[in-house]
Write a protein that binds this ligand. Structure first.
Ligand SMILES: [Zn+2]
Length: 123
């Protein structure tokens, strides 16, 4: 999970926009939404992950008093919270772990249909 978060934070995260930049995806656009498939899109907007986003935000609401003893108001599911705070990164990790299997499956399907050699994991 830490590796996933690290990849995400440094920008080396295989969204379509990222893969497209290096010629590994025919399009940088999310097939589900028609928007650019960036990290922000995946984390905040993409309809494919709406369920996970909602579930984790609900979990955050329930467990938030345990963090910082509830001294701060419940954070929103925002880029600043998820990327810019240590507690937020915990939720970022949960989100990435939850969506990774499905998202990898979709991307592999996408890649193998357009590339001869199957892409290797580069961790
Ligand atoms: Zn999308």
């Amino acid at each position: 999970m830490a590796a996933l978060v690290g990849q995400f934070l440094t920008g080396h995260f295989p969204t379509r926009a990222y893969l497209h930049r290096f010629g590994h995806s025919p399009s940088p656009v999310c097939e589900a939404c028609g928007d650019m498939d960036t990290r922000e899109h995946m984390l905040l907007d993409c309809m494919r992950w709406a369920f996970h986003r909602q579930r984790l935000h609900e979990e955050l609401r329930v467990t938030w008093p345990h963090y910082l003893r509830g001294e701060r108001p419940l954070p929103s599911w925002s880029w600043d919270f998820l990327v810019g705070s240590s507690v937020g990164r915990l939720w970022l990790g949960k989100f990435l772990s939850a969506v990774r299997p499905r998202w990898q499956m979709l991307d592999q399907f996408h890649c193998t249909s357009s590339m001869e050699d199957s892409p290797e994991e580069s961790d």
